[in-house]
Design a protein around this ligand. Structure first.
Ligand code: TXA
Ligand code: MG
Length: 310
């Protein structure tokens, strides 16, 4: 207990001084900085080598803290009540007098906001008097990190502190929904779209592959393990690692299991770490067995599809 308190204090100390730190969330680790501070936000972009026109998600403790920065509407209230804190990010209209650094949004008047569920991160947010801009803790276009050791692999000593909260429960990024006009899903993620539909009781359009990309998370090159990957494979070819989601009668050396029971949640949780491991093991190509396109399986397939464009 005492160490939790002192780690939160340490984390706050760095953030107050405009440093970036890594934080655990229920989806993936974030690279966090004070969203009101130009200096902190610029550091995030530099560390990630992220194009400045790719806006960041800002993390809040609760709706009360959000109200200072964004206009809220009825769709937001319904979804917030049901799903926050949790793996959903909302695009809302930024207030004119908000203190959010203009570098967060690249001067746009909309803001992506999220209320993460991880207890340690919530404790930290509660103690701060500013929200945290936090993109996924990885170098741009690469795989997100789902444990502290992977954050370290990405950034080495370049970041001051990692608030270690263990392995992320979900393992894939949040679902993003724009609520600026009619609800639009911009990214599949940790929260199943069918659950969102049930609450809003209306059709929701899905624009995860826009031509005029408002959300660079929609760019094909995202989430790449850095080696070629193909999906819906029945068997592996020579030299490929073969990623499976259900147990085979015989297991070969190149077989890697996301799950042995066709469990989609478990597969999501294991996905990024497994792809990292395969690369470390020296494979130059990856084949992935067909994964059901339902629930979080849609988000898994979305990430694999983008990775396969490498
Ligand atoms: O689960 C998550 O959402 C993680 C954890 C750390 O919270 N964060 C995350 O952030 O995935 P990031 O930066 O890797 O992805 C955020 C996505 C980007 O694709 C960005 O383009 C999009 O959100 N985005 C941010 N602000 C936006 C806006 N105002 N309008 C449309 N898309 C936006
Ligand atoms: Mg990311």
């Amino acid at each position: 207990m005492k160490s939790i308190q002192s780690n939160i204090k340490k984390a706050k100390g760095y953030l107050d001084k405009n440093h970036c730190i890594a934080v655990p969330t229920e989806t993936v680790y974030g690279l966090a900085g004070n969203a009101y501070s130009d200096i902190s936000v610029k550091k995030i972009f530099n560390l990630k080598k992220r194009p400045v026109n790719n806006p960041l998600i800002v993390h809040y403790y609760d709706i009360n803290k959000l109200k200072k920065d964004c206009h809220i509407n009825n769709n937001f209230k319904k979804l917030y009540r049901k799903f926050s804190p949790g793996p959903i990010s909302f695009i809302l209209k930024l207030k004119k007098n908000s203190k959010i650094s203009k570098f967060v949004t690249n001067n746009q008047n909309s803001l992506a906001v999220r209320f993460p569920k991880h207890a340690l991160f919530r404790k930290l947010l509660k103690h701060l008097n500013y929200p945290l801009a936090a993109p996924s803790a990885n170098i741009s276009n690469r795989l997100s990190s789902v444990q502290a050791s992977e954050v370290k692999e990405e950034f080495g000593s370049k970041i001051k502190y990692i608030l270690n909260g263990g392995k992320c429960k979900i393992g894939l990024e949040s679902t993003i929904i724009s609520l600026l006009n009619k609800p639009v899903i911009l990214r599949f993620g940790g929260l199943d779209v069918s659950k969102i539909k049930k609450i809003l009781k209306k059709k929701i359009s899905i624009k995860t592959n826009l031509k005029n990309k408002i959300s660079p998370g929609q760019f094909p090159l995202h989430y790449s393990p850095g080696i070629p990957l193909r999906m819906n494979a029945n068997k592996s070819k020579k030299g490929e690692a073969f990623v499976l989601i259900k147990k085979r009668k015989i297991t070969y050396k190149n077989y890697y299991y996301l799950s042995k029971k066709n469990d989609l949640q478990q597969s999501a949780k294991n996905l990024y770490s497994l792809l990292r491991k395969i690369k470390k093991d020296g494979y130059k190509m990856i084949a992935v067995e067909k994964i059901q396109n339902k629930g979080i399986g849609r988000a898994i397939n979305d990430r694999l599809n983008r990775a396969s464009k490498y």
